[in-house]
Design a protein around this ligand. Sequence first.
Ligand SMILES: [Zn+2]
Length: 171
Amino acid sequence: METKEDPIVRIVRLMLGEVAAKIFEHLYKNTSEIRDDEIAEALDFKLNSVRRNLYLLSEHGLVTYRRVRSKETGWYMYYWKINRESVQSIINARKHMVLKKLKERLAYEENNAFYICPLDGSRYTFDEALENEFKCSRCGAGLVYYDNADIVNYLKERIRKLEKSLKQKSS
Ligand SMILES: [Zn+2]
């Protein structure tokens, strides 16, 4: 049984790798602070690796720590937790980036006419099709006009949803 992964965990994996993502996920699921040695034990990672990745996460503002000196040993203990505000701003920044790309793609779809190869599905803009004399450059078949209304509608819907979720978060 695979549990649904939070998108922020996926973003952290893309940014900082698998071990950092696992540690982040562990902290993300817990509301209380957790010591680095407790994380190492829970995830069965080496303590050095956990510490290295925790500092990596903190450099990116994803986690914060509280340092406490142990009365018994005199050593410092580090209590870690998720930096919730910073995580939210990273999610929002990511959404803005996706939104920008979707809008660029929408403009591209709306400002071009497209032709498609009926045999292998290769798609060409009008200019590309014209350059190839309306023949597929891969297989030579004659190109036909391609109606991209479905793509345009799909992009508009995704943009609408994303803009809505950004409005909700910021208010
Ligand atoms: Zn073709």
